[in-house]
Design a protein around this ligand. Structure first.
Ligand code: PEP
Ligand code: MG
Length: 313
């Protein structure tokens, strides 16, 4: 089994019938390029740029950021590397950017909403990304987290392009963007679905709260239907749609996502072997059958409420 996994590492992610499904790595800092390459990632699908900002009193300068991005990009010549803009706020608070008095931080300033309040931080990061891109040979894609609709998507895509970036896209994490996916597909170069936040917001259950942890599963058909809306819009408009949340690292769910029509999966590097092996067991036809069942809720275990206990006699 382990030998078979290693043998598959050199091959691209694909279904049994040869349909390609690129498998990328989620990376937290430039040094994480090592495990990504070791496990055969075909590129980086999510580089969380927060590490550069965490623990600092202020945002790092353009030069420092350029060096960090160039360090990562130089490890993936000719390969796709998706770098996410700073996602400050909610579960990733930054003292110098995030207000302390929000009653519901997950519904407050985070991602794009934070950066719009701190334009210099946003433009410094874009400038550094464009500079690093010019110094290296990777295929750089840049995306913004917490984008709510096509207006915010268009705003960021225009800003990114005006600063010299070539591929600019958005994350799908707020359910509203799924409802507007047809319009988003007309303005964004790509969409990457963050299933951790998309699940949190679809089910209105704080991802950091143990008391509502039962809701935090992308197997919920409501989450899968939101993903399908985005994948359908992407496929109808020739816009790539990837998944970079935890859902992509679940081998069974990866097959379902392939069947729903997602074009790439990005995950923690150690999950790549199992996902690659599972995908190779199904044809696209079979993956679509599985997806239809999943969208119908067949694989979802609903929370069992004990009504007897909760009724007052
Ligand atoms: C997500 O929300 O699924 C995601 C990939 O981003 P993060 O977990 O960093 O919020
Ligand atoms: Mg997220």
């Amino acid at each position: 089994q382990a030998d078979k996994a290693k043998e598959l590492r050199g091959k691209p992610g694909a279904l049994k019938d040869g349909t390609l499904l690129p498998l990328l790595a989620n990376v937290g800092k430039p040094e994480d390029a090592d495990p990504a390459l070791e496990y055969g990632a075909e590129g980086v699908g999510l580089f969380r740029s927060e590490f550069l900002f965490l623990g600092n009193e202020q945002a790092p300068g353009v030069k420092e950021q350029t060096e960090a991005y160039a360090k990562l990009l130089s490890r993936f010549p000719g390969k796709k590397v998706v770098i996410r803009m700073l996602d400050a706020g909610a579960d990733k608070p930054l003292p110098f950017l995030t207000p302390e008095d929000e009653p519901n931080p997950a519904l407050g300033l985070r991602g794009l909403r934070t950066l719009k309040e701190h334009m210099q931080v946003m433009t410094d990061q874009l400038e550094a990304l464009a500079a690093a891109d010019a110094q290296t040979d990777a295929d750089l894609w840049v995306m913004m987290p917490m984008v709510a609709d096509e207006h915010e998507a268009e705003y960021f895509v225009k800003l990114g392009k005006s600063m010299g970036l070539k591929k600019v896209g958005v994350m799908a994490e707020v359910p509203s963007i799924a409802f507007m996916a047809d319009k988003v597909a007309k303005v964004a170069d790509f969409v990457s679905i963050g299933t951790n936040d998309l699940t949190q917001y679809t089910l209105a259950a704080d991802r950091t709260l143990g008391s509502v942890a039962n809701y935090q599963t992308a197997w919920h058909p409501a989450v899968l239907r939101a993903i399908k809306m985005i994948a359908d819009a992407g496929n109808a408009n020739g816009m790539p749609v990837g998944v970079c949340g935890e859902a992509a690292a679940d081998p069974d769910l990866a097959v379902v996502l392939a069947g729903i029509g997602v074009n790439s999966l990005s995950m923690t590097p150690v999950a790549l072997d199992d996902v690659r092996a599972e995908l190779a067991k199904f044809t696209m036809e079979e993956a679509k059958e599985k997806a239809a069942k999943a969208l119908n809720g067949d694989f979802y275990n609903p929370t069992k409420w004990n009504f007897e206990e909760s009724v007052e006699h």
